[in-house]
Design a protein around this ligand. Structure first.
Ligand code: ZN
Ligand code: FE
Length: 256
């Protein structure tokens, strides 16, 4: 059985540890900081066998150097981003088999937040970095709205019960925005309630499922009349296609 364990880093990052109950070897996803990861391994029986990177931002790659000087392990990551320490570059359609862990991931290219951003999909789990957050999506630092829209579509084509592991605890702030976009969406209201309870206990609101996201994430709901209406109100004119509706919502969120 595959388990995923969060390690908190910085203000609101999650470094994910992927574990198979058959093995003591684990994979580390997006170690932006080495210190909490090293702490984790000094107090557990587990040991790292691989590092998986989604994109080049410092809060995702900052721990690679220190971790690989301490542990001799491969580092997987996007082929088209300049990330020092990557030993195994990956592209869309590649399959990553971690045999020490007995896990297998398909690689998806999901440009938008950065141009080379990749995601790891397998065992009904998706490690998505900063492309999608619970009820939100990443900022467009490098890509166009069209690229991000297509990346999000690729994600929503996966099975509804796929668990999404994103790299930041942004859920409550995202839900606050989602409620502004869709004031009448009862699923959003219910999720605010549920996630507030979790955060009061200092528990992560991640992962969520693709099914939940489809109901509560405005960036995945650009076909909904209420979302279209809100996007047009923000833009100040009629929007004729999904990409423009997405772009309007994204711009609104940037200024929210
Ligand atoms: Zn990022
Ligand atoms: Fe990040």
């Amino acid at each position: 059985m595959i388990n995923v364990i969060p390690i908190s880093a910085f203000q609101d990052n999650y470094i994910w540890i992927i574990k198979n109950s058959e093995s003591d070897g684990v994979a580390i996803v997006d170690p932006g900081d080495a210190a909490p990861v090293i702490d984790y391994f000094t107090t557990s029986k587990l040991h790292p066998v691989a590092i998986l990177i989604t994109h080049h931002h410092r809060d995702h790659v900052g721990g690679i150097e220190q971790l690989t000087s301490k542990y001799t392990i491969p580092v997987y990551g996007p082929s088209s981003e300049n990330i020092s320490g990557i030993t195994h570059p990956l592209n869309e359609g590649d399959t990553l088999l971690l045999d020490k862990l007995n896990v297998k991931f398909d690689i998806l290219e999901v440009p938008g937040h950065t141009l080379g951003h990749i995601a790891y999909y397998g065992h009904k789990k998706l490690f998505i970095g900063d492309t999608l957050f619970m009820s939100g999506c990443g900022r467009l630092f490098e890509g166009t709205p069209k690229q991000m829209y297509q990346s999000l579509n690729k994600i929503t084509n996966l099975p509804e019960d796929t668990e999404i592991f994103c790299a930041h605890e942004y859920t409550l702030a995202n839900l606050c925005f989602a409620r502004a976009v869709e004031p009448d969406n009862k699923d959003i209201v219910a999720r605010v309630e549920h996630c507030s309870q979790l955060r009061k206990k200092n528990l992560p609101t991640v992962p969520g499922t693709i099914g939940e996201e489809k109901k509560t994430n405005p960036f995945l709901r650009v076909n909904e009349p209420e979302v279209i209406n809100s996007a047009e109100n923000y833009a100040g004119h009629t929007l004729s296609n999904n990409v423009d509706i997405f772009a309007s919502i994204r711009k609104w969120k940037d200024n929210f």
